[in-house]
Design a binder for this molecule. Sequence first.
Ligand code: ADP
Ligand code: ASP
Ligand code: MG
Length: 446
Amino acid sequence: MFSRTKMKVLKFGGTSVGSPQRIKSVADLIVREEGNIVVLSAMSGTTNQLLEISDYLVKYNPTGALETLARLDRKYAGVIDELFPEKSEWRDKAASVIRECMNYIADEIHNQKDLLQAEKNIVSRGEIMSTNLMLFHLNSKGIDARMLPALDFMTIDESEEPDLAAITRNLSKLLESTPKTYIYITQGFIVRNHRGEIDNLKRGGSDYTASLIGAAIGADEIQIWTDIDGMHNNDPRFVENTAPVHKLHFEEAAELAYFGAKILHPTCILPAKLANIPVRLLNTMQPEAEGTLIFNTAPDHSIKAVAAKDNITAIKIKSGRMLLAYGFLSRVFSIFERYRTSIDMIVTSEVGVSVTIDNEQNLPQILDELKKLGTITVDRDMVIICVVGDLEWSNRGFEAAVVNALKDLPVRMISYGGSNYNISLLVRKSDKIKALNLLSDYLFNN
Ligand code: ADP
Ligand code: ASP
Ligand code: MG
């Protein structure tokens, strides 16, 4: 295994590397922090533009795809000019990688073969471009940095889950065969699937790459550098006067990430938690800010933060006849399992059970089968509001405070006691912003 006295994984998101100026500031941070492995996202806007190109392909409009590519090409020409104003070996190397990426995308547009695979191939170039720009910029400043290509070691298995054992093996081999250096740079987000094709960890997946690498090398710390000073106690996109939470338990952070705190990819805490590696959330624009440290904190009996998860559908199955009879719930769950649809919330009563899902892909088939078990009601356009903290049940008053804060809003479901860390409430999408603000006023701003 790769070993140095101090091993850290540093991940910088899209905004953090979103302009030549930002790339230069991040380079300074990388050197200052002595990050051994640096994971980068694509420059902000690039992933969206690459997806737009694929979308034109799906719509059989190669002209639209080529025009979008030309815009992207002009943008990166400008980035090269600003990052490497003088003629140099490093400018030539960077320009040549960008040219290869543009040609690769143009080939995908002309080929028009497997469009689903083309999208994955095209979108992978975003991270390949940003990491090469950073690598050659660091090299041009005389800093010893090398590339660890993510497509040489990041893998997902047949069920599209990261294969941590394989990643650990591949990365260890790759590090052994790569000359020792001060800094290694790699791409977030992109992976190979079990067939060896290019794939990815879904939007926001660079965080997940960082925690998987952290777990694979047994890092001391995983740092997620972004555009805000840590995990705030509510969603700053919808609530004013939010404040950073300086310490979070792994479980609290995992709940917040899963239930909509966009600062973290939904599943990125798990590998760090299993390997017991602290995760620190830091702000590239304000590097001295304390940020958030996520680790095995001691219980502190407080509510920490609120998040919201969109696009939720609630399904109620009413069956006077057999609900709560032995085996009924298992029949309900097996239908969701068969259609690979995970359930987020569940509440039961004597005559009915309600569950929520966030993926409607197989809803018609699921409903057809559920109708054999009872009478079905579906509520669409719902939102899960998730309140997170050290909510162990012998602590008093938390659930009362949460319900009280929302007393003037219609609440479709409430779930509490599933873990020590979360109370979830299902409300209408149209009530989401109001619910987040009421909770902020009631829980944090008194
Ligand atoms: P990056 O591009 O670095 O991965 P993201 O845009 O994915 O950054 O995540 C950072 C953004 O997450 C912030 O700018 C903020 O708007 C949003 N966000 C949502 N909920 C929270 C929260 N609870 N705390 C902090 N940021 C949040
Ligand atoms: N570039 C990818 C995205 O925009 C992955 C990431 O930034 O984490 O979703
Ligand atoms: Mg992100």
